[in-house]
Ligand binder design. Structure first.
Ligand code: GCB
Length: 823
């Protein structure tokens, strides 16, 4: 995020857009292909078209997305939804063409000055891909059943207008919680293909490709030398290139901070990663083995080749993607393969998160072709291979996806499962539910069903029960008939039995009020940037538990899968947030952006749906939710997310005013950020109580929904002391938090259901006069050392924990006194 004042300016600018002819200068200069612009006085015929039923609209979106992936008819389908979408934007708003190119290299060639935009892969690549008939094995390529009939989304709110009606719906939260899991299958059908975490089993092996990769940033003027010289065709070190040296680059890691070259730190454009992988002989010779390449996270846009053949492309930096490379690695005598990944970190108004490129053309001030990447979010746009790259195997008939939802009836735990198989029409499935001691407690057969667990151990959050985070294991055994005989596949999934529900004023887990006392985090650390790191991960969990935190929000993008697994194991509750951060311009609320956002939610739900720790989806952080298109945007986005997963509430995090926000009518829980006495009334902590109480009262009076204070905090340089407190000192951070706590303590007795400090630790941001080497609102430093506020919060969180302990045994006072290292 840019400083507050600048963000407000951006929003004002966007609100003025309808009056403007064209798009902001930044894009005009950049020569980005013409974009849909929201203009006043849109086609009256268009705005008269009635809105089709929400369910139909959703289904059209889903079908369009499916067909686009399959390469059929996407344009016309989306065009079909267009009038409705335009109508929803409100009178006088037009949403532009159905599918403007979203990613720069889908559009016409850029002008010479637009260095950051590089073209799509050259035509010969397309040819090579098709001729080989291999690759393209992302999830989209997998054959799937025909699209489901239109269905309505249970739990979705009917219309923005009637908050009263919505409140009544909300009062039936119990019914919602029961219906949700039952209707889960409806949502399921929208997801295409699975993204199970690659686990080893009797039938599956995995080989991690972490370590040193060859790396080159394409510093050429147009950033396209890599494509022009086809760097994917031969080892990077063998291709003579004037556009930059070939370096050793650790994976996982961001590339920005590992070197000494300032140009690489702020590089925008294509970088190339490459490494050779040696494969076990069986993988290359046994045609009954499926070999899959999996990339945990490549920020932002990635193109992947294996032995020079294009196998996958993916947009979005925080979610995994895969390519089935079996045919490639099994087609010759080679026992190794060369993996090349080109990654572009350029953000546009249509990416998630969005960004803009600003081209400076005044040659008296800037060199020729000068440009910078601007964003409206407050974290550094680290890039590279941020999570593990690995190869894994399955048999050719395999368990592709598993979906679990759970419920509780008296003391019986209900585990609903649905399993998708690929590679065979004729198969048998057996499922076994094992308890923590490995004893089978329930079993079933077939692709879908319900397992019943008498006297079930429920999955409880940390500090809510003396045995939190109880996990069962679901063992799935597949026996499939193939042309070559029977094939078996085995997959084991951890399962937590728990329920989630929302009432008018409470957030319930297993029917008991749950109060979120936790943090907001970032994936961020010295040197590695956003690169996954086990020691850092374990340290963070130890700090969370020391602090007595029971929850965090994945601000502002989905975090690594390994971290989500630890949340399941430790009982740390998660609000799982999409990369929808910094949606500040009207363009970023267009149908083009919405379409991508819907797909991101599909990918995110598909990846994280089985984590008991995930109790709510957050579709965005601080969007410009008072702009006109926001109503339609969030209505559609939230309804779609609920259709994907009717078992969890959905929210987004707002900083708009309660009167102007057009998205909040659709959320289940109001998440509100405020920085009283930090971004306003600097230094005047005496106004916090009044302003915060007013904030809560306004929101609650308007919507009667539970509220989470999803961010609050103050910038603090560790070691700065001032008494009386002054801004940036440790005393000021503590004082500000204490003022917030006084109001939170009143309102949590009514309808406030959580408080999440901004931020767990200091983190890197873009440079600005308001950021002293990053954002310093952490209660821990970036190196995870406590500031004074950490001790204050620790005392508070343990106190809150003791108050909300739900087991029959008494509150355990030793919780507070215990050594921080005994859990
Ligand atoms: C916010 C944003 C967060 C920023 C924070 C701040 O509201 O959600 O991304 O880092 O404020 O410190 O300004």
């Amino acid at each position: 995020m840019a400083p507050r004042a600048r963000r407000a300016d951006v929003t004002r600018h966007a609100e003025a857009l309808p009056e403007l002819t064209g798009v902001p200068q930044a894009y005009v200069n950049g020569g980005v292909p013409s974009r849909p612009s929201c203009r006043k006085g849109g086609n009256p015929a268009v705005s008269r078209v009635p809105l089709p039923p929400a369910a139909l609209n959703r289904w059209l979106w889903a079908r369009a997305a499916r067909e686009r992936r399959a390469g059929t008819g996407a344009r016309s389908d989306l065009a079909g939804t267009e009038p409705a979408a335009s109508a929803c934007l409100g009178p006088g708003w037009s949403s532009g063409p159905a599918r403007a190119p979203r990613w720069p290299h889908e559009g016409p060639p850029p002008p010479p000055s637009s260095l950051a935009w590089a073209s799509r892969r050259p035509p010969d690549q397309e040819l090579a891909f098709r001729q080989d008939g291999v690759g393209g094995g992302t999830r989209d390529a997998k054959p799937r059943p025909p699209p489901p009939p239109p269905r309505s989304a249970p739990g979705a709110r009917p219309q923005a207008a009637s908050c009263r009606a919505e409140t009544m719906l909300r009062e039936r939260a119990g019914a919602w919680a029961v219906l949700g899991p039952l209707l889960w299958g409806c949502g399921l059908a929208l997801l295409q293909g699975g993204m199970l975490y690659p686990r080893e089993s009797r039938s599956r092996e995995r080989k991690e490709l972490d370590g040193l990769w060859s790396f080159r940033a394409d510093f050429s003027d147009n950033r396209r030398q890599g494509f022009e010289q086809q760097w994917y065709r031969a080892p990077l070190r063998e291709v003579r290139a004037l556009s930059g040296p070939t370096l050793d680059m650790p994976v996982p890691s961001s590339f920005n901070d590992v070197g000494q070259d300032g140009r690489l730190r702020s590089f925008v454009g294509w970088v190339w990663y490459e490494r050779e992988a040696t494969l076990p002989q069986r993988w290359t010779q046994d045609l009954g083995t499926r070999v899959v390449l999996r990339i945990g996270s490549a920020h932002y846009y990635a193109i992947v080749w294996v032995n020079g053949v294009h196998v996958a492309e993916h947009e979005g930096g925080h979610l995994p993607f895969e390519a089935d490379i079996s045919k490639l690695v099994q087609s010759g005598p080679l026992s190794s393969c060369r993996i090349t990944i080109a990654i572009n970190n350029t953000l546009s108004p249509y990416t998630l998160p969005p960004g803009t490129i600003l081209y400076q053309t005044d040659t008296s001030k800037y060199p020729k072709g000068y440009f910078v990447q601007n964003t409206n979010f407050d974290f550094f746009n680290y890039a590279g291979l941020h999570r593990s790259v690995l190869l894994y195997t399955t048999p050719i008939s395999y368990i592709d996806d598993i979906t679990i939802t759970t419920d509780v009836d008296q003391d019986i735990g209900l585990v609903n499962y649905q399993i998708f198989i690929q590679g065979s029409e004729h198969f048998q499935l057996e499922v076994f539910l094992l308890d923590a001691d490995g004893r089978t407690v329930a079993q079933g057969t077939g692709g879908q069903g319900q397992l019943q667990v008498p006297r079930a151990h429920l999955w409880w959050p940390y500090l809510m029960h003396e045995h939190p985070a109880y996990l069962y294991s679901l063992e799935v055994r597949l026996t499939a008939q193939t042309a070559d005989g029977p094939v078996s596949d085995f997959y084991t999934l951890p399962v937590g039995i728990r329920t989630v529900a929302v009432t008018e004023s409470r957030f319930l887990i297993n029917g008991k009020p749950f109060y979120f006392h936790g943090v907001n985090k970032h994936e961020d650390a010295d040197i590695r940037g956003k690169g996954f790191d086990w020691p850092l991960l374990v340290k963070d969990f130890n700090l969370l538990r020391w602090l007595g935190a029971n929850a965090f929000r994945t601000s502002h993008y989905p975090y690594a899968e390994e971290l989500m697994q630890l949340c399941d194991r430790y009982g740390i509750v998660v609000i799982d947030e999409s990369p929808g951060a910094g949606i500040a311009l009207a363009q970023s609320l267009s149908n083009v952006s919405l379409q991508h956002h819907l797909e991101v939610m599909e990918e995110m739900v598909r990846r994280d749906k089985n984590h008991p720790a995930v109790v709510m989806w957050s579709v965005a952080n601080e969007p410009a939710s008072s702009l006109k298109p926001a109503g339609y945007y969030f209505k559609t986005l939230i309804a779609h997310t609920k259709a994907l997963d009717p078992s969890r509430p959905v929210t987004f995090v707002t900083k708009s005013s309660y009167e102007a926000d057009l998205g909040v009518p659709y959320v289940d829980v109001i998440c509100v950020n405020s920085y009283y006495s930090w971004y306003h009334d600097y230094g005047h902590m005496e106004v916090i109580q009044l302003q915060l109480a007013t904030q809560f009262e306004n929101w609650y009076r308007t919507y009667q929904k539970p509220i989470i204070q999803s961010e609050y905090g103050a910038e603090t340089i560790a070691g700065f002391h001032q008494d009386p407190p002054l801004m940036f000192s440790e005393e000021y951070q503590k004082g500000l938090l204490e003022q917030y706590h006084l109001v939170l303590d009143q309102k949590r007795k009514e309808y406030v259901v959580g408080e999440l400090i901004w931020n767990f630790a200091d983190f890197m941001t873009d440079q600005s006069p308001q950021r002293a080497i990053g954002n310093r609102k952490g209660i821990f430093t970036r190196q995870r050392q406590p500031k004074s506020a950490a001790f204050l919060l620790r005392e508070r969180y343990w106190k809150l924990a003791n108050e909300t302990w739900h087991h029959q045994s008494a509150v355990k006072p030793q919780c507070v006194e215990n050594s921080p290292f005994i859990f």
